[in-house]
Design a protein around this ligand. Structure first.
Ligand code: SOE
Length: 389
């Protein structure tokens, strides 16, 4: 029944409108997709946000949204601990689901979601939006076409500074809400997903080293939206012990014999949201920095290096399909939401759910959970841990 959907008939519900929910809404609106309703932690907040974001329906709770037959797709932009129960309930209610990362808190949970989505034949996506930058897609095409040769080294980092100060607070610091991993689950998961997406290579084993530089932080007495901590004053805080990692360096072995190393941290002054990767192959190298997303560096040994500026006419067909604007017209973070939703909704409207999706699915989210659990175990036991996916 759901395969008959089109832009005129589809109804989308958004769960959570903190930092990332509005990015989902913008990505949908820019694709001409009808966002019908939203739900928040209280009916009052839902009503206020619906007004602010021009969304027609504000549901009193999640169950009412699921009970609405005009809602066909649910976007989960809630804190991590809610992803599993909400995705499960939405699938059981017959809704397609687009979930924020990480897909769940454990690999057992994510495995259940993969199975349930397949049984129900519902579309499922995880918002690994960074895959959708045109120059990342171009990097993937270059690797796929053999331009860099055999992949030797996959290296990089994902660094932020928004949790540098003891007074910086967010639900991600609380294991009950964000999970037992923090920097790795929150941003390392993006990098790990991206490198498998770009190179096509899976990880066989990991060795992780963690550090919590701020074992005591100051928690605000009232709840905060992500990235809004600078607005509070010192007397609004209470001391809180911190168990999750501020920093991790992870050694990676990939299936073709490639070696990898990733550093993630959320305490690096000046690094706002810097995902960086470099891939060194037997012919050439590639590197990309998410804070300058319209540039792809291509390194050569026997000829001058190249800096490819985003220009659809110079890119592969696949990469071109994720660029909406001509050369020199920058595309950034919000555009990745537009491109991811474009792919997911084209797939929904197409109605052939046996076709291989061209967007990250629950299977990718589950793979990430397996990796994260291995990384956590490695850091705890100080040993290499094999990936059994
Ligand atoms: C916070 O670290 C955060 O919002 C992540 O949760 C997102 O996935 C990333 O896009 C930006 O930073």
């Amino acid at each position: 029944m759901v395969s008959q959907l089109n832009k005129q008939t589809i109804g989308v519900g958004i769960v959570g409108t903190g930092f990332i929910g509005p990015a989902h809404i913008e990505g949908l609106v820019r694709n001409g997709i009808r966002v019908l309703g939203l739900v928040e932690s209280t009916p009052e907040l839902a009503a206020r946000k619906a007004l602010e974001l021009s969304i027609p329906r504000a549901y009193g709770n999640f169950e009412s949204m699921l009970a609405d037959p005009e809602i066909h797709v649910v976007h989960l932009a809630t804190p991590n601990f809610l992803h599993f129960p909400q995705a499960k309930a939405a699938l059981l209610a017959g809704k397609h689901v687009i979930c924020e990362k990480p897909l769940a808190l454990t690999a057992v949970q994510s495995a259940e979601l993969v199975k349930l989505a397949a049984e129900k034949k519902l579309v499922n996506a995880v918002n690994f939006n960074i895959r959708m930058y045109p120059m990342v897609q171009q990097a993937r095409s270059l690797v796929e076409n053999g331009e860099i040769g055999d992949v030797f080294i996959i290296q990089g980092s994902y660094l932020q500074d928004w949790l540098l100060l003891p007074t910086d607070w967010n639900w991600r610091l609380e294991p009950g809400l964000g999970g037992t991993l923090r920097a790795v689950g929150d941003i390392g998961s993006h990098w790990l997903d991206l490198m498998t997406f770009v190179t096509g290579l899976k990880i066989t084993e990991v060795y992780a080293d963690f550090k919590t530089f701020l074992p005591i932080r100051k928690k605000p007495a009232k709840p905060l939206e992500t990235f809004t901590g600078k607005l509070l004053t010192p007397e609004d805080y209470v001391d809180q012990p911190i168990k999750t990692e501020d920093y991790a360096t992870i050694l990676l072995h990939y299936e073709n014999g490639a070696q990898g190393v990733l550093t993630v941290a959320q305490v690096c002054s000046g690094r706002k949201n810097r995902l960086f990767f470099e891939i060194n192959g037997s012919k050439s190298s590639l590197s990309w920095n998410g804070e300058q997303p319209n540039e792809l560096w291509i390194g050569h040994r026997n000829e001058p290096n190249q800096l490819l500026i985003k220009d659809p006419s110079l890119m592969s067909e696949e990469a071109r399909s994720t660029a909406s604007y001509p050369g020199g017209h920058a595309e950034g973070f919000p555009d990745t939401f537009k491109q991811l939703n474009k792919k997911v909704y084209q797939y929904i409207f197409n109605g052939d759910f046996d076709k291989k999706p061209d967007f990250p699915t629950f299977a990718d989210g589950h793979y990430e959970m397996i990796l994260c659990e291995a990384i956590e175990r490695s850091a705890r036991e100080k040993t290499w841990v094999k990936i059994n996916s």
